[in-house]
Design a protein around this ligand. Structure first.
Ligand code: FES
Length: 236
């Protein structure tokens, strides 16, 4: 080779570092130290996955809230149904009032009259017949009063406060269980707070020979009504 064109050298290029340092081998640097933000950056850069896809992928079962548009629709439907219910309730009330107006409630009282058998069913004198006590509120009593044999129909309502007395055969008297009023066979009060005798009903014999008790008419002794011939049946 000539001095003017020296041959290219294959040795490394001279460095300006000292020879000792240049000879040192390169120390490996940990990857975490050199690239700390790589995973976060990767996550941020990754495309967002939808909820359904995530569930499909991960097998999650937790339901997600419906989208706002669906929530709004549900709320509207709920309020709509409630409004219809209120409307129909109001309509029902109006209809009920209309029906009550067109068909007013009528109180059907039971017939005040009832047939109480024949005279022959009351064969014993000075006896209280209780056959019609429960259903008709009436005792049929055959007794001698003023020297005559009568059949009378007594009300079972105590004249104190309206309880129902009991007939005590052994003591031969009516006794009220509420406050102790006592009445004779005739219905005249003799003990307790009852202010007056029991009331009697209109009683008569119809054309067929039936004894009829008519509770639409009553007779009170304190009003001197027991002398009325409509308040008893002559038995002999
Ligand atoms: S109700 Fe009969 S004694 Fe009072």
């Amino acid at each position: 080779m000539s001095e003017n064109n020296p041959a290219p050298s294959t040795s490394p290029a001279p460095s300006d570092k000292p020879a000792g340092e240049a000879a040192k081998p390169a120390v490996p640097v940990p990857a975490a130290a050199t690239k700390p933000a790589a995973p976060a950056a990767a996550a941020a850069a990754a495309p967002k996955v939808s909820g359904a896809a995530a569930r499909k992928a991960g097998g999650a079962t937790e339901p997600l809230p419906p989208p706002p548009s669906l929530q709004t629709r549900r709320t509207f439907m709920t309020w709509g149904i409630a409004a219809w219910l209120v409307f129909f309730g109001w309509l029902g009330g109006i209809g009920h009032m209309f029906l009550r107006f067109m068909f007013p409630r009528v109180l059907y009282e039971k017939d005040p009259k009832f047939i109480a058998g024949k005279k022959s069913d009351y064969s014993e004198v000075n006896k209280v017949y209780e056959l019609y006590k429960e259903k008709q509120g009436t005792w049929l009593v055959r007794l001698i009063e003023d020297g005559e044999d009568h059949l009378v129909a007594l009300s079972t309502v105590c004249t104190h406060l309206g309880c129902t007395p009991n007939w005590l055969e052994a003591e031969h008297k009516f006794k009220c269980p509420c406050h102790g009023s006592g009445y004779f066979l005739s219905g005249i009060n003799f003990e307790g707070p009852a202010p007056r005798p029991l009331e009697r009903w209109h009683v008569y014999v119809d054309a067929s020979g039936n004894i009829v008790v008519d509770r639409s008419r009553k007779f009170r002794k304190d009003l001197q009504q027991w002398g009325d011939s409509d308040s008893f049946i002559k038995m002999s």
